[in-house]
Design a protein around this ligand. Structure first.
Ligand SMILES: [Zn+2]
Length: 86
């Protein structure tokens, strides 16, 4: 059983991808490149920047059916993003 974790994404800091909360990504790493922790596709953070109460969500720049974090488009079989960031 997996515990529910707070939503995270990965931001590129220097040459290293770091997992951070969506809040952190949207406030402390606004300009950094962000990717999905499951499929490594590039993502953007939706939600009002600068507000501490807003609920943020992650959106893939190119949607991808092999990403288990996106139940609406997930095909049921995990696969890496065709344009995965490394
Ligand atoms: Zn993804």
């Amino acid at each position: 059983m997996q515990k529910l974790k707070p939503p995270t994404c990965e931001v590129k800091i220097g040459d290293v991808w770091c997992a951070v909360s969506l809040d952190e990504a949207a406030t402390r790493h606004v300009m950094a490149t962000k990717r999905c922790p499951a499929c490594y596709g590039q993502v953007m953070i939706l939600g009002a920047y600068g507000s501490p109460t807003v609920r943020r969500t992650m959106s893939h720049r190119k949607s991808h059916t092999g990403c288990s974090l996106m139940p609406r488009t997930y095909s049921g079989t995990p696969s890496p993003h065709p344009q995965a960031l490394t």
